[in-house]
Write a protein that binds this ligand. Structure first.
Ligand code: ADP
Ligand code: MG
Length: 240
């Protein structure tokens, strides 16, 4: 579904992605690990074109999305993104947060958008919060809404950037449970996370990034039980 070839990204002189290759197949769950500053967020932001890579190719559904002829908005509609800090619109209700993009970007009828949103709210267990505002929700609830909002666009792939890192420990599970369910339903996902348990249980593939490179890639069994790279080992010793 996504084929990333030799992506490079610089901020000024600082090259933060130094030639990344990564394939994400349909239905695959890829966990992205690595120390802070290694380029994980930048990689996700390049995939949905929040950042423009300086070099390389990103093929998404057989189309080079870095091609100038490619419709960026069309691409973004098909890639859902969930951030560490939720990024909900504070002045809108939960329901309004969810229906906004389907109505504005996809021209879905309001009635239909509401029907779909209620199904999603039920799925993340927050139907009763439809008229609440983000500030009235816990962190875990906000993140479940952020996931529902991304799903409302019916994306082909979901990108998660440390979705549980800003949460109090007791709220991590409710968010991971929603993500697990999504994975079980066949959603294609790339997840930057420090939740090793989640990566072990759910990921088909784990990549370890450091200083703008993918140092190691493999099944969770290989990466967690038998990492080849010394930096992967050092990192896992700290987080496990
Ligand atoms: P990670 O998500 O792995 O912690 P990031 O992708 O956020 O890493 O950052 C990688 C490097 O790029 C860091 O050195 C960071 O300071 C730098 N960086 C990230 N975003 C920007 C930006 N918008 N402008 C300048 N430097 C940035
Ligand atoms: Mg990051």
């Amino acid at each position: 579904m996504i084929k990333i070839n030799n992506i490079k990204k610089k901020y000024g002189k600082n090259e933060v992605l130094k030639g990344i290759d990564l394939n994400i197949k349909k239905g695959e769950i890829v966990a992205i690990l690595g120390p802070s500053g290694s380029g994980k967020s930048t990689l996700l932001r390049c995939i949905n074109l929040l950042e423009e890579p300086n070099d390389g190719e990103i093929i998404f559904n057989n189309q080079n999305i870095l091609d100038k002829k490619c419709d960026i908005n069309q691409v973004r509609q098909n890639i859902g993104m969930v951030f560490q800090n939720f990024n909900l619109f504070p002045n809108m209700t939960i329901l309004e947060n969810i229906i906004l993009a389907p109505i504005k970007v996809k021209n879905i009828d309001k009635e239909k958008a509401i029907d779909d949103a209620l199904v999603l709210l039920d799925r993340v267990g927050l139907l009763e919060k439809q008229n609440a505002y983000p500030a009235q929700l816990s962190g875990g609830q906000k993140q479940r809404i952020a996931i529902a909002r991304a799903l409302a666009m019916k994306p082909d792939v979901m990108l998660f950037d440390e979705p549980t890192s800003a949460l109090d420990p007791e709220m991590v599970k409710e968010v991971l449970d929603v993500m697990k369910e999504l994975a079980n339903e066949g959603m294609t996902m790339a997840v930057v996370t420090h939740e090793i348990g989640f990566a072990k249980e759910v990921a088909n593939k784990v990549i370890f990034m450091d200083e703008g490179y993918v140092l190691e890639e493999g099944s969770p069994q290989i990466i967690f039980n038998n990492p080849k790279n010394v930096r992967t080992k050092q990192f896992l010793d700290k987080v496990l």
